[in-house]
Design a binder for this molecule. Sequence first.
Ligand code: GDP
Ligand code: MG
Length: 368
Amino acid sequence: TEFISANDLASLMNVSVNEVIKVCLGLGMFVSINQRLDAEAITIITDEFGYDVEFLSAEEEESIIEEDDEADLVDRAPIVTIMGHVDHGKTSLLDYIRNSRVASGEAGGITQHIGAYDVMTETGKRITFLDTPGHEAFTAMRARGAKVTDVVIIVVAADDDVMPQTKEALNHAQAAGSPIVIAINKIDKPAANPDRIREQLAAMNVLVEEWGGKYQCQEISAKSGQGIPDLLEKVLLEAEILELKANPNRNAVGTVIEASLDKGRGYVTTVLVQTGTLKVGDIVLAGSHYGRVKAMTDHRGKKMKAAIPSTPVQVLGLDGAPQAGDKLQVMETEREARELASNRTQLQREQSMRTKKHITLDEIGRRL
Ligand code: GDP
Ligand code: MG
């Protein structure tokens, strides 16, 4: 089995992929950027960089979260990441969706950057967007074992070409097994040539639906908004096939999107609730930090008492800033949360003191 690409392995170790390739060459192994590596290669390479690798089984990963009964599961909104080459319009698309009528019925309020937000489409369906700068955060979170994205939108500018980062984004999404919707952007520009983009995609085996392929594709303008409601409908179609479900009636489990220290409010942690309902007053553990949820706000700064699955919220009350990708979970008692947090802190300290650095490849990593 192949576990992870050379590129992703490099980012796990915080080195450039070129260094990895060079080291491999030195060992007589020819490795390309997106080449997936098997366990033997990973062990050899990581050893060269001073890491030892732990391969976690699916059971170990899943045991963290208790299984839900089929009967308790209800539909949840899809979580979407937008990826693509620089300047092809990722930020513009996110901004348009956040600020336009697409996000209907949510007038007023100051939009804050909290790394994720959810909108209601014109057809009354909710979609949650991860507002992460390109695929870096996507890779970083996935590398940490957090698979939060359900559907990936890949933006390509119609007045440009399929670019290296477009290909990389496609590779990442395909490797993660996420359904992809292609958004051909900047269709308002006189130089726009969407067929050229379709052709270039076809040349790399990404055949769009209108040409008989399996990839849904939508021409859009992030400037005028043209095509964006259709794009969102296509995203929802992909989501429907996935039959995304979660149990809202249990202790919440989520993933930390970002966290920071706010002078007035203390530690502010953006969490994407994935299952269960997170409530004010809950005791939570996130990475090596814990606390009682003092208050929660949405991306417009509106106070919330409870957050259902697929809802991004800003949480106040943790005793520190967990890392992006850390799992957050509700604990029964404060004592349990405190003990686990302090155990983890201790473990981290010990690990950083050891000569060998340590990385963990979980089951998600295996599927990369
Ligand atoms: P990102 O790097 O992928 O986040 O790209 P941006 O959203 O920052 O967009 C790059 C540039 O393209 C900006 O100057 C945008 O105003 C412009 N842009 C983005 N989308 C469109 C579009 O649909 N039409 C036109 N005409 N310009 C666009
Ligand atoms: Mg941008």
